[in-house]
Design a protein around this ligand. Sequence first.
Ligand code: 2HA
Ligand code: ZN
Length: 272
Amino acid sequence: MTKFIDSPFVEEVKKITFRLYDHGWDERNGGNVSYRILEEELANFSDINEVKRNIPIDFDGKDLSGMYFLVTATGRYFKNIIDFPERDLGLVRIADDGKSVDLMWGYNDGASPTSEFPTHLMGHQAKLKQKPSQRVVMHCHPTNLIAMTFTQKLSEREFSRILWKMQTESLVVFPEGIGIIPWMVPGTIDIGEATSAKLKDFPAVIWPQHGIFGTGSTIDEAYGLIETIEKAAQIWTIVQAQGGVIQQEITDQDLKDLAKVFGVSPRLEFLE
Ligand code: 2HA
Ligand code: ZN
């Protein structure tokens, strides 16, 4: 029997949270990740079979009861998870009443799930309805993307078009475009509802002047999505720094040709 700390799930979250920190996208306690783990994947671990603590959550997650999530702790630093996974990560199971979680592993100095856990759960719920493979919600603070939310109109169409046109790869990675909510107070049910409503249509949602919420079936998919969006925002920033004069661009026809060859369906109302 293996200990959960040696599982590939803990390993993946340790690595990805450090990578997010290393990019400068998770200063201090910024950012949070939740990773749905299947019950059958937990069968061979010796130290996750009894409930260590029951932790109330500010959300009714009855539809998700019995599901397991590996979740970053509130207030902890992504910089440190790699060294203190058993302290700064927790494996929780949504309790039968949906209003609390059973802690099965981790949070060993008394921590609780991220303040954004209700938003993560609403996001998982919304995505699972259309994509049964959905497993990861990832929130972070990508620098160039946040900067763009100060200077650009918060129009999903305009924002998505800019990011699609900043590199050939963008449309292939997020053909649906990107959702945007208005600026809202984080850690609330309201922001969770607004974000999860957008996640029905988009794989990622921008929180203006704050960051991004990305989703995926795997850690790599959620991370790759955010990485690609932020790369496009970085290129846009550099183009502006070089004077912002576009001599040649990726045209709407180029985007359509790209979509055809790569077999993706771009959001047509975002194209001309
Ligand atoms: O977890 O990033 O949005 C800290 C945050 C809240
Ligand atoms: Zn944040």
